[in-house]
Design a protein around this ligand. Structure first.
Ligand code: CMP
Length: 140
């Protein structure tokens, strides 16, 4: 298993309900280390750029509106197999399909307000980390 970094976002539905600490605790309990973290309010332009890959999808406009509706916490998580491990801890995109004990099963409100985002592959992880963080902000 490779030692990896992945980009995580704690979404507005979770920050609104004050769940940031509980979500971070789950990452840490799974062996992931938070090596960069900042709380921010995404602009429409930033959310559109981040989710550009989904721009043709019917849910794109709603997704951008939701992601700009409140603060998010963006993070870099590091560890052995961090990308897959993070996805395992998050659970399926749709909380109705997420396994028991996952973040989305326990906290997500809907497929849109699904509490967390995580990179899906090494190349996307690199791009998504670079989108939000400079080298100086990542301290392992
Ligand atoms: P995320 O991992 O952030 O990547 C894209 C997001 O689009 C996804 O999580 C969901 O929050 C959101 N989304 C909204 N509707 C859908 C849908 N029907 N299928 C997939 N993703 C959706």
């Amino acid at each position: 298993m490779a030692f990896e970094q992945t980009l995580s976002i704690i979404k507005p539905d979770a920050t609104r309900r004050n769940l940031t600490g509980q979500i971070v605790a789950r990452f840490e309990a799974a062996g992931l280390r938070v090596v960069a973290q900042k709380r921010m309010r995404l602009s429409t332009e930033t959310a559109e750029a981040f989710y550009n890959v989904h721009k043709a999808r019917p849910f794109f406009r709603g997704l951008v509106e939701f992601m700009t509706s409140g603060p998010v916490v963006v993070q870099v998580l590091e560890g052995e197999g961090a990308i897959a491990k993070n996805r395992e801890v998050m659970g399926a995109t749709d909380p109705a399909k997420a396994a028991a004990g996952t973040i989305r099963k326990d906290f997500a409100e809907s497929i849109e307000a699904n509490s967390v985002h995580g990179s899906d592959a090494p190349e996307t992880a690199r791009e998504e980390i670079r989108f939000f963080f400079s080298e100086l902000e990542i301290v392992g």
